[in-house]
Design a binder for this molecule. Structure first.
Ligand SMILES: Nc1ncnc2c1ncn2[C@@H]1O[C@H](COP(=O)(O)OP(=O)(O)OP(=O)(O)O)[C@@H](O)[C@H]1O
Length: 985
């Protein structure tokens, strides 16, 4: 028989050499669930590691002998009564224990996890027995014997902790398909080095042989819903403080576990004592498995999930996970979660299913298979994993899975879980590189890789008797079969040993892991790769019929036996997960943290490259836009400049024309002032007048001059030097054919033509200008809109300048129009003057003939003081009898063209005053809409003082020139709106 409880000597200040430094050994375990031996024979001092056969009959009498403390295990239910190594006390002790009732205490070393775990008083190792008091109605007394449990080998070290080493014949289980019959041990001594914050506690650890095991078995008793809880003196005795459950019925015995939770213990306490430390270890890099096992309706789901007011293991573990992350700024973490169920021996992904008991939906899922991998062990695939970043998110994901989990009402549970549900939280962590997000530092291999550990939280379906419904029966058979396989595997964990207690088959191929999905999935945990906490739930209610009560009792006993076997047989030599270095390191592509880091790095690089490229492109585009805008602006400016220059030129040209027009008869105000007399002609006339006063020859010349000036406006100046008659013909010719002369003078007709051509030019030009302006406006508005979208401020300013320019242009156009009006008026006046001249020319020629005749016969000077003749062409003195007077008058008038102009002005003024003509704002004149007959006074004013001859035209008719003027004005007035319309268009 091997010794399970050696006495390791451990110096209190020894350096940490054990695997789990921070795990305290809070109490001495007397027994952990061994099954009661049927025999009442006292067991000799049998070294055990923690499990004992709790049967009262097996308990030796109270004895100080330490070797007799542990009873011989009952040779049932996988417990080797023939001296098989009974282990686990060490492992169990490594986990928090509920407080002990006795006063033999030892203070726990400080532990990072101990804050929420109540300090426990430890039983002194010198009295590792539990003795029931004789005569008292207790479980122990139920057999009538006092019992003492000797804990041989259990020692109390200097810091008050009990240390139990693995037996020498212990074997380590291999990673896969292996089992161990040895006591829990740690393979990875270095990994067990205390974390930074646990230095003090870890420092108290002594050696690997301390074997801080990692299987906790707890039993929780569910309260009876009817309040019919176990009464004192009943068959059951539950002692939470002693972690004892005693059954005094048939096959009764005492069952000790790591924790026994009574009906009064809440979920928080259950979590604190059974899972909290394990969760911490998972965060440190160990794999951990917590599962709830028990008959249906005994509170597995209640313990794992809890309620809103009393959260269970899963939500409390989640809270602790994130607390740990917060408390560990030196590492960075990535959490991913998956949730599956095994229903009727099929695996379903609860995170890929619609909520509710959607069996149909589940059928659509791809079949999930279990695979095995040297790194990952056994795992389900394909399985959805969700990365979570907060407790709320994680809880939501799990709640979603819960919704999808199959439940149904059974005889014992209104909402019975019909499947085994497995929540897996994968924790990836890595040492944080100081200096923040310096990804560049991470480009190579890091000193510390990524560590991946898994926390499995499993709510098993409850074992149950055959149900009435077929579906329930089918479910129940699958559930029971898998649970049976689990029990078998756990039982065999200790069976396959040689006589020395060593494993018979290291490969563990004889273990029926593959007989069910559940055992296959739990293979890693059961074979020792993981820390394990088993929570068995029972109900000891005596309610119901005797048959039901019997069923209950049997189920409860089965559960207790399962727990005992698990405690005895499962060996955990869990070690901290290796750190994967880089994406190609341990864990490979599965190490998301590293993969994401690399991805982030690559994406960042890409982003930077893109940003640079974008920046360059934008800059180029901006430059191109600016260039284009500049070019457009220049083009625009050039266009405007051209337009302005052209406009200026035209204005200058028009100004010149206006000046020359003025000089030939239209004054600044547009009134008809000199009847088409050019200054040159005026000068000529003056010179002629001077010449006339010089003598007869000159008088001829003067006559010629006079004729010339009176009849041929615009005649060549050379005509002044030639005889009037001889020059008359060419002069007439000149009137029609000769245009501008070398000195800028021109005939009226030529000037008319020039002005008309000019007018046409001007109109065309104005049209061109207007077109350009229109284009400029369009371009400007499109540019403004572009500019507004690109940069409002700049373009608005430009728009203003364009608007100003347009305004300026409009003003210029208005001015041009005004000048055009002037020109038109001038043109009309010139035309009128030309006609007048023609009329006058005709009169002149007749008068001249007469005059020459008269002069030939009477060459004396014209009588002075004769009444002034009516102006030629005015029709007032048109009778042949007054010809001489007319000639005389003409001669006088030709003395000065200015005089004639003045006369005309006066005449027009008279007409305007009389209402026959209307003077425009710019000095133009036009005929009144309904011409009034000229009053007599005016006619008299306009006519010579002599009484009108009888042959004179009726006084009502306007003078010829006025008629002409009026016609011109009327045609001009008629043409004006058309021009205006043309301009508008
Ligand atoms: N410790 C407890 N305190 C109060 N109520 C409890 C406790 N344990 C269980 N219950 C109640 O008992 C009922 C059944 O519990 P639960 O569903 O957790 O059992 P189960 O073991 O998961 O059953 P099954 O295997 O059929 O799923 C629930 O209503 C639950 O609230």
């Amino acid at each position: 028989m091997s010794t399970a409880l050696p006495r390791p000597s451990r110096p209190s200040n020894a350096p940490p050499t054990i695997a789990l430094p921070a795990l305290p050994v809070p109490k001495t375990r007397k027994s952990t669930g061994g099954l009661a031996a049927p025999s009442s024979k006292s067991t000799p001092a049998t070294p055990r590691s923690g499990l004992r056969a709790p049967s009262a009959s097996l308990l030796p009498p109270a004895s100080p002998a330490p070797t007799s403390a542990l009873p011989q295990p009952r040779p049932v239910s996988g417990v080797n009564a023939a001296g098989r190594t009974i282990r686990k006390a060490v492992s169990i002790n490594a986990f928090p224990q509920p407080p002990r009732p006795d006063g033999q205490i030892a203070s726990l070393p400080p532990s990072p996890l101990s804050t929420s775990v109540p300090s426990r008083k430890l039983r002194t190792p010198t009295t590792p027995t539990y003795q029931s008091s004789n005569g008292t109605p207790s479980l122990l007394n139920g057999t009538g014997e006092g019992k003492s449990v000797s804990r041989q080998g259990a020692t109390r070290n200097s810091d008050g902790l009990n240390s139990v080493v693995s037996p020498p014949q212990s074997r380590s289980s291999s990673a896969q398909d292996s089992y161990s019959t040895s006591a829990t041990q740690y393979d990875d001594v270095n990994d067990m080095a205390p974390p930074r914050s646990e230095g003090a506690a870890g420092g108290k650890r002594t050696s690997k042989s301390d074997g801080k095991g990692n299987v906790i078995v707890s039993v929780r008793v569910r309260p009876d819903p009817t309040g019919n809880d176990n009464k004192p003196g009943g068959e059951w005795l539950v002692d939470g403080r002693k972690s004892l459950i005693s059954y005094r019925g048939k096959e009764g015995g005492d069952y000790y576990y790591d924790n026994v939770f009574t009906t009064h213990d809440d979920n928080a306490k259950v979590y604190d004592h059974s899972a909290k430390r394990l969760v911490r270890r998972v965060m440190e890099g160990y794999h951990g498995t917590v599962f709830a096992y028990g008959m249906t309706g005994t509170g597995k789901t209640f313990s794992m999930q809890g309620t809103a007011s009393s959260p269970g293991v899963i939500p409390l573990a989640i809270t602790d996970i994130f607390s740990y992350i917060r408390e560990t700024p030196s590492r960075e973490f990535l959490l991913r979660v998956s949730y599956l169920e095994i229903y009727n021996e099929k695996i379903h992904d609860l995170l890929s299913m619609p909520t509710g008991n959607g069996v149909g939906a589940a059928q659509q899922q791809e079949e999930i298979k279990l695979r095995e991998d040297s790194k990952r062990g056994v795992y389900a695939t394909p399985l959805k994993e969700e990365i979570v970043q907060s407790p709320t998110q994680l809880l939501r994901v799990i709640a979603r899975g819960d919704q999808a989990r199959r439940t149904a009402s059974t005889q014992f549970n209104a909402r019975s879980s019909r499947s085994h549900a497995v929540v897996q939280i994968v924790v990836e962590s890595r040492e944080r590189v100081p200096g923040g997000s310096g990804d560049s530092k991470r480009s190579g291999l890091l000193p510390g890789g990524v560590r991946v550990s898994t926390l499995s939280l499993i709510d098993l379906a409850g074992s149950e008797k055959a149900a009435e419904s077929k579906e329930r029966r089918q479910e129940g058979s699958h559930i029971n079969k898998s649970l049976l396989t689990l029990g078998t595997v756990i039982a065999k964990l200790s069976e396959h040993k040689d006589k020395d207690g060593k494993p018979a088959d290291k490969d563990g191929k004889h273990l029926p892991y593959r007989d069910s999905k559940l055992t296959r999935l739990l293979q890693g945990a059961l074979s020792g790769n993981s820390l394990v906490s088993i929570l068995c739930t029972i109900s000891i209610s005596s309610a119901g019929s005797p048959a039901m009560s019997n069923t209950h009792t049997n189920e409860t006993l089965n559960t207790l036996k399962f727990a005992s076997r698990a405690k005895n047989n499962i060996v955990s030599h869990a070690k901290r997960a290796e750190e994967a270095l880089g994406p190609g390191g341990d864990g490979g592509a599965r190490v998301l943290l590293e993969r994401y880091r690399m991805e982030i790095m690559e994406l960042r690089k890409e982003l930077e490259a893109q940003a640079k490229a974008n920046g360059r492109r934008e800059a180029e585009e901006e430059r191109a836009r600016e260039k284009e805008a500049e070019m457009r602006h220049e083009e625009q400016m050039l266009e405007m400049q051209l337009a302005r220059t052209a406009l200026k030129e035209r204005i200058d040209h028009l100004n010149r024309l206006i000046l020359s027009s003025k000089s030939i008869g239209v004054n600044a105000s547009g009134s008809f002032s000199a009847l088409g007399m050019h200054p040159r002609y005026s000068q000529t006339s003056v010179r002629s007048s001077v010449a006339t006063s010089n003598g007869g020859k000159l008088g001829l010349e003067r006559t010629g001059s006079m004729t010339s000036s009176a009849s041929t406006i615009g005649r060549k100046p050379s005509s002044h030097h030639s005889s009037g008659v001889a020059d008359a013909a060419p002069a007439v010719e000149d009137d029609d054919s000769v245009g501008e002369y070398g000195d800028g003078t021109a005939s009226l007709a030529a000037q008319n033509r020039a002005l008309q051509a000019d007018l046409a030019d001007k109109n065309r030009y104005i049209q061109t200008l207007e077109k350009r302006l229109l284009q400029a406006r369009r371009a400007s508005s499109s540019r403004t809109s572009i500019g507004l979208s690109a940069s409002k401020g700049i373009m608005v300013g430009e728009d203003h300048s364009v608007a100003a320019l347009l305004k300026e242009k409009d003003a210029e156009i208005a001015e041009l129009r005004a000048r055009l009006d002037d020109k038109d008026r001038m043109l009309a006046a010139l035309r009128s003057a030309a006609r007048s001249r023609d009329n006058a020319g005709r009169v002149d020629s007749r008068a001249e003939v007469r005059t020459s005749q008269i002069l030939d016969s009477d060459p004396g000077p014209a009588p002075t003081g004769s009444p002034p003749a009516a102006p030629v062409g005015l029709g007032l003195g048109g009778s042949g009898g007054s010809l001489l007077r007319q000639v005389s008058t003409l001669r006088k008038r030709t003395k000065s063209v200015d005089e004639m102009s003045r006369m005309l002005d006066e005449m027009i003024q008279d007409r305007v005053e009389s209402g026959q003509l209307i003077r425009g704002s710019r000095g133009s004149v036009r005929i009144a809409p309904e011409p009034q007959p000229l009053p007599l006074r005016e006619r008299k004013d306009a006519s010579p003082p002599s009484p009108p001859p009888a042959s004179a035209p009726p006084p009502a008719s306007p003078p010829i020139q006025l008629q002409l003027l009026a016609r011109q004005r009327a045609s001009f007035a008629a043409a004006e709106p058309q021009k205006s319309m043309a301009l508008e268009a």
